[in-house]
Design a protein around this ligand. Structure first.
Ligand code: PGA
Length: 251
């Protein structure tokens, strides 16, 4: 893993956006794996600003999002389809038909998971996957205990995750109990991964991610085994982590 330590959220957003933009310029038909949540919002803002000012094109880019709540239509402002349209897709020239998010309203969710996985395989996999991290170590919605070999699947959300996300809903009862998420096996097949983390709340998670053991009890720990991971994180989230000078780790 390589670690880029930045000062604060603003720098995190700037650095992550530059990273993505560079990859898009190098490969205009890149397949991006995208994340939702509070952390990447600033990154997407910077991507949009660059698109408007410098004309970086997303015309050939294909995207696959990590996850979606089950039971929310794409028109619901808490669905991840809505989030992505609002925070990114509506403001860049990506073709909507090239943007993929699991359908949380599918009548046969199991089939939807298989189809989603199939679409990722068919296009040749994800070139660059963007990840956030849950305080409990989840990546996508792969909660602690999820198999490292999992493919796109239905997951029951933990109380902790529903609490963390309740800030977007009128109350915790409104937070869906289930979601569709890419599996950990799916995520690990991405050719390159960047993981973004910001703020004190992620301190414990970053410590386990970087210095902890690889265990299904802490899903993100599997990233220690991936060949091409860059962590972009701010000082607050890394305050419990010991780093050597160049930010490179052996695993
Ligand atoms: P956050 O969510 O960016 O809103 O902190 C991250 C996650 O739960 O994966």
């Amino acid at each position: 893993m390589k670690i880029i330590k930045v000062k604060d959220y603003e720098q995190l957003s700037n650095t992550a956006a530059k990273f993505i933009i560079e990859r898009v310029k190098n490969k205009p038909n890149i397949v991006l794996g995208l994340a939702t949540g509070g952390t990447p919002e600033g990154t997407y803002k910077n991507v949009i600003q660059d698109h408007q000012q410098n004309g970086t094109s997303y015309e050939q880019v294909v995207t696959f999002n990590l996850d979606e709540y089950i039971g929310l239509p794409g028109s619901d402002k808490n669905s991840y389809r809505y989030y992505m349209n609002e925070h990114l897709f509506n403001h860049i020239n990506v073709k909507k038909e090239n943007t993929h998010i699991p359908n949380g309203e599918a009548s046969n969710v199991k089939q939807e998971c298989e189809d989603y996985e199939g679409r990722i395989q068919q296009i040749g996999g994800i070139d660059l996957q963007i990840l956030g991290i849950g305080e409990n170590g989840h990546i996508g919605f792969n909660e602690p205990g999820t198999s490292f070999n999992s493919r796109t699947h239905v997951i029951g959300l933990t109380e902790e995750t529903r609490q963390a996300n309740a800030r977007y809903f009128p109350s915790i009862e409104h937070v869906p109990a289930h979601a569709i998420t890419m599996g950990i096996g799916t995520i690990m097949e991405a050719k390159e991964i960047i993981l973004l983390a910001s703020g004190e709340k992620k301190r414990e998670a970053m410590k386990k991610l970087i210095n902890g053991e690889v265990t299904e009890d802490f899903p993100a720990s599997i990233l220690q085994k991936h060949q091409n991971v860059t962590i972009i994180a701010d000082e607050a989230s890394l305050s419990d982590v010991q780093l050597s000078g160049d930010g490179k780790l052996d695993h």
